[in-house]
Design a protein around this ligand. Structure first.
Ligand SMILES: [Zn+2]
Ligand SMILES: [Zn+2]
Length: 164
């Protein structure tokens, strides 16, 4: 059961008003979709879900609204190298979390590790560096894809000798 996310939609409305932008129903619908999902949604995901719930909102509006959500700091965007961005809300989830990205189905999982913070501090201090944040993305295959017998495609340079 998802908790009521309408206070966050109101927060977004307040941000829009502060920026002198109109609080439209379309913007609120998109915002509440982001706030009520714990997935990392692409514009296509949102577009599909809007269509299936009978909403007619153009992609340009979706892009623009997501952009505003990111600017308002209520959502974050990620580029996992898929050729498009994914969006997640930043409410009631750990501000610092890392991602596991399935190369086959695109599923994105989150994790946290205090060990990573220790490594960040250790490596930074070795370089006389003051760390602000870090980001770790692990690419591979999720449990479901692995279970269905899919294997990782080889990455990187192939042995040039084999091609001769
Ligand atoms: Zn997968
Ligand atoms: Zn995330």
């Amino acid at each position: 059961m998802l908790q009521d996310r309408s206070p966050f939609v109101r927060l977004f409305g307040r941000y829009l008003r502060e920026q002198g932008l109109p609080v439209t129903n379309q913007r609120e619908v998109i915002a509440s979709m982001i706030f009520s999902s714990d997935d990392h949604l692409s514009v296509d995901d949102i577009d599909r879900e809007l269509s299936s719930s009978g909403e007619k909102i153009g992609k340009a509006t979706i892009y623009r609204t997501l952009d505003l959500l990111v600017k308002s700091k209520l959502a974050a965007s990620h580029d996992f190298g898929e050729g498009f961005k994914r969006y997640e809300h930043r409410l009631s989830r750990e501000p610092i979390h890392q991602h596991l990205i399935c190369l086959n189905c695109g599923q994105v999982l989150e994790f946290q590790s205090p060990d990573l913070s220790r490594i960040e501090d250790y490596i930074s201090s070795q370089h006389g560096f003051k760390p602000a944040r870090h980001k770790l993305e692990i690419y591979g295959l999720c449990k479901k894809c692995l279970g269905s017998g899919i294997d990782l495609k080889p990455e990187g340079l192939a042995c040039p000798i084999e091609d001769i």
